[in-house]
Write a new protein. Structure first.
Length: 234
């Protein structure tokens, strides 16, 4: 599972790593459920061009009557995404996306209270996370994009098994190799489950506790892209 991550908001990095154009940089902030953050989808004109959109982190199905519904739908289990009422419409419509992330955050439980840790690719390369998206029209009649991250089982994973409560099933987001971005966005729906696999490459993980403020107000200074690399603990 992942409820907190740092989006890629640099226009240069979005273009260089994801082939998606953005007019200008957005503020570098952390995303939580209901935050607005960038995601990448295919243009609807059949050109194959990748478009960077801003959407709500938490997919809102057609029957959702309020934005708060997205607090329950920011992660979609790959095993049930085609059947779950909240996700199946977007899945069957082939509305797949890539969620660009500098790093994700997960809680590591120890003897005391859990501590937030950051997980990222070596060299601070951005992650392309597999997701689904849809447009949602709110009660006010306004439309906006919403999206969710897809997850897979991570029991026994050398890094991700260390996070969340010991008794919980271990889950992790789907980190796509850059070479798979095009196929993930464009392949037929029946072929897409072949991307439901966990990342077996190296990951850097390090303690990144939240500042002692409320979660919504917390702003943690994470390493800037291209800065010094943190030491991996796994």
């Amino acid at each position: 599972m992942c409820s907190n991550y740092e989006p890629v908001t640099s226009a240069d990095r979005l273009l260089a790593h994801f082939g998606a154009h953005r007019e200008e940089d957005a503020p570098q902030v952390e995303a939580w459920p209901l935050s607005k953050a960038p995601f990448i989808r295919l243009a609807e004109d059949g050109s194959g061009n990748r478009i960077c959109e801003d959407g709500v982190f938490g997919l809102l199905p057609h029957f959702a009557t309020e934005l708060a519904f997205g607090r329950k739908t920011y992660n979609a289990r790959s095993e049930t995404v085609a059947e779950k009422h909240s996700f199946r419409q977007a899945w069957k419509a082939g509305q797949r996306c890539i969620i660009p992330a500098e790093r994700i955050f997960e809680p590591k439980h120890g003897q005391d209270k859990p501590v937030r840790w950051a997980i990222q690719l070596p060299g601070q390369a951005p992650m392309g996370l597999a997701g689904i998206y849809r447009r949602w029209k709110g009660p006010d009649g306004l439309e906006q994009f919403t999206f969710a991250m897809l997850t897979v089982n991570a029991d026994g994973h050398p890094v991700m098994q260390h996070f969340h409560r010991p008794e919980d099933e271990k889950r992790m987001v789907i980190i796509l190799p850059e070479s798979d971005y095009g196929e993930w966005l464009s392949c037929p729906v029946e072929d897409a489950p072949r991307f439901f696999r966990r990342w077996e490459g190296p990951l850097d993980a390090y303690a990144a506790p939240l500042a002692p403020r409320t979660r919504k107000a917390a702003k943690v200074k994470a390493p800037k892209p291209g800065g010094s690399e943190p030491d991996s603990m796994f």
